[in-house]
Design a protein around this ligand. Structure first.
Ligand code: 13P
Ligand code: SF4
Length: 301
């Protein structure tokens, strides 16, 4: 492993490359990443870096977002099959049909969508800024794609708005059940419960905090609490534990594993640095249209 890490460091310099990794990545990837973060942090970081090559350790929609924001850079996804099932739950023609049914109503798409869906979108959002993005859109109605659970969370926070929700969901977060939270809470009664907004309402209702993965990292760092129950993909526990050695983190459900996130391994990162493949390549027309929606999101602070 040490040998591979050394080779990766050398190749990064030689190829003018940077490694971005999502909080759910395997420990071996988190340890070699130059930047680790949630979807919003990674899209902002990717766009502001001087390096010519981005090795994106995450799932395809995240690498595509980086490529859309940095059209002059080479963006590499070390496993081209690392997708997100939620992305496939809405097609561009679904969005077009909804727009026809609700003329003039703005479209907000979770960043967990294809570039083609983003091209039909007015504003992108992530779990970190969805409430803020929807709040700032003029008018009452919004078409929200594709995560019904994130959408219902935004609706709860903004009762003055009317969100039309699409029935998409995350296959990993819906595995976390209210019984899981109850069970772990009984075991660790002093622990703070943090859950991701992709969790079902019944689960969110039991939580102390509803946060993006970046929000969880910040909250755990700043909180005086010493124990935390973590209701999201289990990969984040490695980062939380590493950054907070004096605190304890327990997964709400050990079944919350995103197999797609785990497809990226250190060997694949090495191969990607050697060959600069598999590369993200998107049609120019789609990139141009999708960029507007992502840039609007990145600007909202
Ligand atoms: P975050 O943006 O909160 O990291 O979430 C990304 C994701 O895919 C959650 O499943
Ligand atoms: Fe997609 Fe869920 Fe995996 Fe996130 S955790 S990448 S939403 S399948």
């Amino acid at each position: 492993m040490e040998e591979i890490r050394k080779k990766i460091e050398e190749l990064k310099k030689e190829k003018d490359a940077v490694i971005l990794a999502h909080n759910y990545q395997l420990p071996e990837i988190q340890d070699i990443a130059d930047y680790l973060g949630d979807s919003l942090q990674l899209s902002r970081t990717g766009a502001s870096l001087p390096q010519k090559v981005i090795i994106f350790c995450g799932v395809r929609f995240m690498a595509e977002t980086a490529a859309i924001l940095s059209p002059d850079k080479v963006v590499v996804l070390p496993d081209e099959d690392a997708g997100c099932p939620m992305v496939d739950m809405v097609k561009p023609e679904d969005v077009r049909k909804e727009k026809e049914k609700h003329p003039g109503v703005p479209v907000v798409s979770y960043v967990n969508t294809s570039a083609e869906v983003k091209a039909e979108t007015d504003y992108c959002c992530t779990s970190a800024n969805a409430v803020k993005v929807v709040r700032e859109i003029p008018g009452r109605e919004v078409l929200f794609f594709p995560d019904q659970h994130l959408g219902s969370y935004v609706q709860e926070k903004l009762p003055e708005k009317k969100l039309h929700l699409w029935p998409g969901y995350c296959i990993v977060h819906v595995r976390i059940l209210p019984e899981d939270i109850q069970k772990v809470r009984n075991q660790y009664p002093k622990a703070v419960v943090m859950v991701h907004p992709e969790c079902k309402k019944e689960v969110r209702d039991l939580a102390d905090e509803v946060l993006s993965t970046g929000g969880m990292v910040k909250y755990a760092r700043e909180s005086k609490a010493e124990e935390f129950i973590v209701g999201t993909e289990v990969g984040i526990i490695y980062r939380l534990q590493k950054e907070n050695p004096g605190k304890k983190f327990y997964p709400a459900s050990k079944l919350a594993v995103c197999a797609n996130m785990k497809k990226i391994t250190i060997d694949k990162v090495l191969y990607s640095l050697e060959t600069l493949t598999p590369r993200i390549s998107l049609p120019a027309g789609i990139v141009q249209k999708a960029r507007q929606a992502i840039e609007r999101m990145v600007k909202i602070r």
